[in-house]
Design a protein around this ligand. Sequence first.
Ligand SMILES: *Cc1c(COP(=O)(O)O)cnc(C)c1O
Length: 338
Amino acid sequence: MGLQIDIAAIQANWKALAGRAPTARAAAVVKADGYGLGAARIVPALYEAGARDFFVALAGEGRAIRPLLPDDATVNILSGHMEGADLAGLVPVINSPGQFFRDRAMRPGQPFAIQLDSGMNRLGMEAAEWAAIRDEALSAGPAFVMSHLACADEPGHPANAMQCRTFREMTQGAGVPLSLAATGGILLGPDYHFDMVRPGVGLYGGLPFADAKPVLRLSLPVIQTRDLRPGEFVGYGATWTAEAPRRIATVAAGYADGILRMLSSSGVSLYADGAACPIVGRVSMDLVTADVTDLDEVPPELELICPEQPIDALADHAGTIGYEILTSLGHRYQRDYL
Ligand SMILES: *Cc1c(COP(=O)(O)O)cnc(C)c1O
């Protein structure tokens, strides 16, 4: 089983997104093991491409990548300073007054950053909390102050301009670097770029960065091929029945590997050199079945993710987003880096 990850494409996507926000520093978001693709390989490659600011969700993720990076890189922890966290060598992005006081008591003089809530109501200090500690927080010298957009993948959504305005108001005169945009925010244009941008999904070839270079190819080995007579069914629940003689291939991956069960008979295909072979019957834990009748010859491997069927096409069929397809990719795949 093979997940082929094009490191040069990830580097090119980072450079392309950095180029869309030329007045800002471009960071790189590598949480959840580099969106499922393998932070250990991706982080040094992004450093080589020029990234110096890395973001992960949890302190444990930060500790895993810190040794891969030279001292001039920072590793920022989006969950901030949680009780008991080991933050040595890391930069917590402080989300509340409680985190701020804990952090300053336990890590005086150590670097930190601040997240404000500009309307998403998920992480960050609200206006009143920020007003109460703003002077003290700013005099402690945060590395930057950031917020996050809720609807940046919908350019026309009124929340974008509203959050941007709120963030500007909350940071007026702060005199420290500011950051608001992730992938979607970069594409919204210069009003959203501030001093640092934080692309994630676009690096890995996902929407909303429609111009991304494809990063992934997922090939699944064919275990067995069989010929069905009309009236024979395939898979659990007998949900698909051959109406004519059909040839079915069984490949070695299933929902335990992130091939969501929703993709059963949903219009998604496995690909043989660009030729679509529809998935038929239920996706099971370790196996997927596809109709390969139209192929002259069944190749040793069929592809689920390829230029003909990128992650966002899969996501559409499963009622989800490319981010979830990426971060669901299982650990049974061999990951090969180009
Ligand atoms: C995940 C995340 C990002 C990256 O978002 P993408 O949409 O993947 O580019 C940036 N900032 C924060 C706070 C995040 O949680």
